[in-house]
Design a protein. Structure first.
Length: 135
Protein backbone atom coordinates (compact mmCIF):
# COMPACT_ATOMS: atom_id res chain seq x y z
CA UNK A 1 0.00 0.00 0.00
CA UNK A 2 1.34 3.43 -0.88
CA UNK A 3 1.80 5.99 1.96
CA UNK A 4 -0.67 8.31 0.23
CA UNK A 5 -3.35 5.60 0.25
CA UNK A 6 -2.75 4.95 3.94
CA UNK A 7 -3.03 8.67 4.71
CA UNK A 8 -6.26 8.85 2.74
CA UNK A 9 -7.66 5.87 4.61
CA UNK A 10 -6.81 7.50 7.93
CA UNK A 11 -8.68 10.52 6.62
CA UNK A 12 -11.67 8.31 5.89
CA UNK A 13 -11.46 6.81 9.38
CA UNK A 14 -11.46 10.35 10.79
CA UNK A 15 -14.55 11.16 8.73
CA UNK A 16 -16.35 8.06 9.96
CA UNK A 17 -15.42 8.91 13.55
CA UNK A 18 -16.66 12.47 13.04
CA UNK A 19 -19.99 11.15 11.76
CA UNK A 20 -20.51 9.37 15.05
CA UNK A 21 -20.00 12.53 17.09
CA UNK A 22 -23.21 14.54 16.88
CA UNK A 23 -22.29 16.89 19.74
CA UNK A 24 -19.82 19.02 17.75
CA UNK A 25 -20.67 22.60 16.82
CA UNK A 26 -21.68 23.33 13.24
CA UNK A 27 -18.38 25.11 12.55
CA UNK A 28 -16.30 22.23 13.78
CA UNK A 29 -18.37 19.72 11.83
CA UNK A 30 -18.09 21.76 8.63
CA UNK A 31 -14.30 22.04 8.99
CA UNK A 32 -13.96 18.33 9.63
CA UNK A 33 -16.14 17.48 6.65
CA UNK A 34 -14.25 19.80 4.31
CA UNK A 35 -10.92 18.36 5.39
CA UNK A 36 -12.14 14.81 5.09
CA UNK A 37 -13.68 15.49 1.68
CA UNK A 38 -10.31 16.72 0.45
CA UNK A 39 -8.68 13.54 1.68
CA UNK A 40 -11.38 11.40 0.10
CA UNK A 41 -10.78 13.13 -3.22
CA UNK A 42 -7.10 12.32 -2.85
CA UNK A 43 -7.99 8.71 -2.11
CA UNK A 44 -10.33 8.48 -5.09
CA UNK A 45 -7.75 9.81 -7.52
CA UNK A 46 -5.04 7.65 -5.99
CA UNK A 47 -7.22 4.55 -6.26
CA UNK A 48 -8.11 5.20 -9.87
CA UNK A 49 -4.39 5.60 -10.54
CA UNK A 50 -3.72 2.18 -9.04
CA UNK A 51 -6.62 0.63 -10.92
CA UNK A 52 -5.18 1.86 -14.21
CA UNK A 53 -2.08 -0.25 -13.67
CA UNK A 54 -3.99 -3.41 -12.86
CA UNK A 55 -4.64 -6.22 -15.29
CA UNK A 56 -8.19 -7.32 -14.68
CA UNK A 57 -9.05 -10.50 -16.58
CA UNK A 58 -12.64 -10.49 -15.38
CA UNK A 59 -15.63 -11.07 -17.60
CA UNK A 60 -17.05 -7.76 -16.48
CA UNK A 61 -14.09 -5.86 -17.85
CA UNK A 62 -14.06 -7.54 -21.26
CA UNK A 63 -14.58 -5.31 -24.26
CA UNK A 64 -17.28 -6.47 -26.65
CA UNK A 65 -16.72 -6.63 -30.39
CA UNK A 66 -18.54 -7.92 -33.43
CA UNK A 67 -17.02 -9.74 -36.35
CA UNK A 68 -17.82 -11.79 -39.40
CA UNK A 69 -16.01 -14.65 -41.06
CA UNK A 70 -15.94 -18.31 -42.00
CA UNK A 71 -15.69 -21.27 -39.65
CA UNK A 72 -12.48 -23.21 -40.46
CA UNK A 73 -12.46 -25.59 -37.49
CA UNK A 74 -14.57 -26.60 -34.51
CA UNK A 75 -12.77 -28.40 -31.67
CA UNK A 76 -15.34 -29.58 -29.18
CA UNK A 77 -12.81 -31.23 -26.87
CA UNK A 78 -10.77 -28.03 -26.63
CA UNK A 79 -13.90 -25.87 -26.56
CA UNK A 80 -12.69 -23.68 -29.40
CA UNK A 81 -13.87 -22.49 -32.77
CA UNK A 82 -11.44 -21.29 -35.43
CA UNK A 83 -12.64 -18.42 -37.55
CA UNK A 84 -11.17 -16.88 -40.68
CA UNK A 85 -12.43 -13.46 -39.71
CA UNK A 86 -12.38 -9.99 -41.21
CA UNK A 87 -10.82 -6.96 -39.50
CA UNK A 88 -12.09 -6.26 -35.98
CA UNK A 89 -11.65 -2.59 -35.21
CA UNK A 90 -12.47 -2.89 -31.49
CA UNK A 91 -9.51 -5.25 -31.04
CA UNK A 92 -7.29 -3.48 -33.57
CA UNK A 93 -7.02 -6.77 -35.48
CA UNK A 94 -6.54 -7.15 -39.20
CA UNK A 95 -8.25 -10.03 -40.99
CA UNK A 96 -6.80 -13.35 -39.79
CA UNK A 97 -7.55 -16.91 -38.89
CA UNK A 98 -7.57 -17.67 -35.20
CA UNK A 99 -9.16 -19.85 -32.54
CA UNK A 100 -11.61 -18.53 -29.98
CA UNK A 101 -13.10 -20.09 -26.90
CA UNK A 102 -16.81 -20.76 -27.16
CA UNK A 103 -19.48 -22.48 -25.10
CA UNK A 104 -20.47 -26.02 -26.22
CA UNK A 105 -23.90 -24.94 -27.45
CA UNK A 106 -22.26 -22.38 -29.73
CA UNK A 107 -19.83 -25.00 -31.07
CA UNK A 108 -22.81 -27.25 -31.84
CA UNK A 109 -24.65 -24.50 -33.70
CA UNK A 110 -22.17 -24.14 -36.59
CA UNK A 111 -19.96 -26.32 -38.77
CA UNK A 112 -16.81 -25.89 -40.85
CA UNK A 113 -17.50 -23.81 -43.94
CA UNK A 114 -20.34 -21.80 -42.43
CA UNK A 115 -20.22 -18.05 -42.99
CA UNK A 116 -21.01 -16.46 -39.65
CA UNK A 117 -21.47 -13.22 -37.77
CA UNK A 118 -20.28 -13.37 -34.18
CA UNK A 119 -19.96 -11.42 -30.95
CA UNK A 120 -16.70 -11.47 -29.03
CA UNK A 121 -15.75 -10.74 -25.45
CA UNK A 122 -12.20 -9.43 -25.81
CA UNK A 123 -9.56 -10.06 -23.19
CA UNK A 124 -6.23 -8.70 -24.32
CA UNK A 125 -5.21 -10.71 -27.38
CA UNK A 126 -7.72 -13.46 -26.70
CA UNK A 127 -11.42 -13.51 -27.25
CA UNK A 128 -14.41 -15.65 -26.44
CA UNK A 129 -17.25 -16.03 -28.89
CA UNK A 130 -20.39 -15.18 -26.92
CA UNK A 131 -22.85 -15.42 -29.81
CA UNK A 132 -22.70 -16.73 -33.35
CA UNK A 133 -25.19 -16.74 -36.21
CA UNK A 134 -25.00 -18.36 -39.63
CA UNK A 135 -25.33 -15.86 -42.44
CU1 LIG B 1 -8.06 -12.59 -34.95
Amino acid sequence: MKPLTLAAMLGLAALLAACGQKAETDDAAANTTAEATGKMDAMASNMSGDMGNMEMPMAGSAKMAKGAGTVTAVDKSAGTITLDHGPIAEADWPAMTMAFKAKPELLDSVKVGDKVAFDLALNGNAGEVTAIQKQ
